[in-house]
Design a protein around this ligand. Sequence first.
Ligand code: DQA
Length: 148
Amino acid sequence: MNLIHVINGPNLNLLGTREPEVYGSETLVDIELRLTEIAAKAKVSIQFRQSNHEGDLVDWVQEAGGAGAGVILNAGAYTHTSIALRDAISGSGAHVIEVHLSNVHAREHFRHRSLIAPVARGVILGFGSFSYDLALQGLLASAGKQKS
Ligand code: DQA
């Protein structure tokens, strides 16, 4: 695994100003820079993307799955609604770690169900932006790129 895709869904472009009491004050660029640095130490590249459009996320998951790359996926609200995204994961065989900044189980009922979790390799949530770091560590360790 020499490339890890980090795929971010709707409204995550607003991180930093969006409900900071829920999502923290770091921006998506802050997270991208930190992950890129961590991955570089393991000689792995990061492809970091965000879209507000479901079809883009489907395309990117398929691309990663087809290439056998690992995926860190924060699908935002599509986590709770998108059968298309779930099918993209199961259909492409993408090795996906689902992440969330917030603990969705401590929030509104409609956030308790994830359509993605049953087809993900793992789920990490509730650690703020550090959820991404933990997912990266998990992917690197499972690929033998990091001592754990
Ligand atoms: C989120 C949780 C989702 O319920 C929400 O729609 C988001 C962000 C998180 O990272 O905590 O957009 O995925």
